[in-house]
Write a protein that binds this ligand. Structure first.
Ligand code: 5RP
Length: 233
């Protein structure tokens, strides 16, 4: 899966602007990835300065970062997020508001249920993430034993699945949940909601990276400032 080539400065502006919207007493879903990491670090600095927040991490990586940054943590067993701040690999405006492809960090299963549980989802991004329509590939987390049959089913939907390989380990990426990831290429994603429903219906699929209509706002960091796009959906 290709990760963003956007500038770290743009990501930092986006992450910090989203963290600035968090208010005293809130519970915050802590997204995964290099852009969301800026928000987590900014929240840590705000906590140092006296802000009372608790975070719910979406991955082992965001939990470790939150600990390092000094953001107190809680879980979905004890709280629900008022707001979640998360990154994305692709963002397209749609009738539903915004549609996203996520899962570049293979964290999309936890990201989806934490982001969905939040009253508000703020997506943080650099401008390279904005697209007229989603193109994919769509990451699909699968139970390891189910990989061959999920791959067949993705093929029947017109997709081409590729097992995600680890970069500094031999073999495949293993998710925080002990599963594998198929990056599924499609010839255009004309109907994200339809494809999302089809992928969710495949036995053995744990979660896919299409987030349809979940985002309330997209905070885009630019070299010269920050643009906030609110969902019209
Ligand atoms: C992790 C994700 C990330 O939010 C997405 O890949 C964006 O990452 P980055 O901000 O590093 O470009 O979905 O599963």
């Amino acid at each position: 899966m290709k990760r963003s080539g956007g500038s770290d400065e743009a990501k930092r502006r986006a992450g910090e602007a989203a963290a600035d919207r968090v208010t005293d007493g809130q519970v915050v879903g802590l997204g995964t990835g290099s852009t969301a990491a800026h928000a987590v670090r900014a929240l840590g600095r705000a906590v140092d300065a006296g802000l009372d927040v608790r975070g719910i991490p979406t991955s082992v990586a965001s939990r470790e970062l939150a600990r390092e940054a000094g953001v107190p943590l809680t879980t979905l067993a004890d709280a629900r997020p008022d707001v979640a701040i998360d990154g994305a690999d692709e963002i397209a405006a749609s009738d539903a508001g915004f549609d996203l492809v996520k899962g570049g960090g293979a964290a999309h299963a936890r990201e989806k249920y934490v982001d969905s549980a939040a009253d508000e989802l703020l997506v943080v991004a650099d401008p390279t993430k904005l697209a007229a329509t989603l193109a994919g590939p769509v990451p699909v987390e699968v139970l390891p034993d189910a990989r061959p049959v999920v791959a067949d089913a993705v093929g029947a939907l017109g997709g081409e699945p590729t097992l995600r390989a680890a970069e500094r380990k031999d073999g495949p990426v293993v998710t925080d949940n002990g599963n594998l990831v198929l990056d599924c290429a499609f010839e255009g994603i004309d109907d994200p909601a339809g494809l999302a429903a089809d992928l969710s219906a495949i036995p053995g699929v744990v979660e896919h990276g299409l987030f349809v209509g979940l985002a309330d706002a997209v905070v885009v960091g630019r070299e010269e400032g920050v643009e906030v796009r609110e969902s019209g959906g």
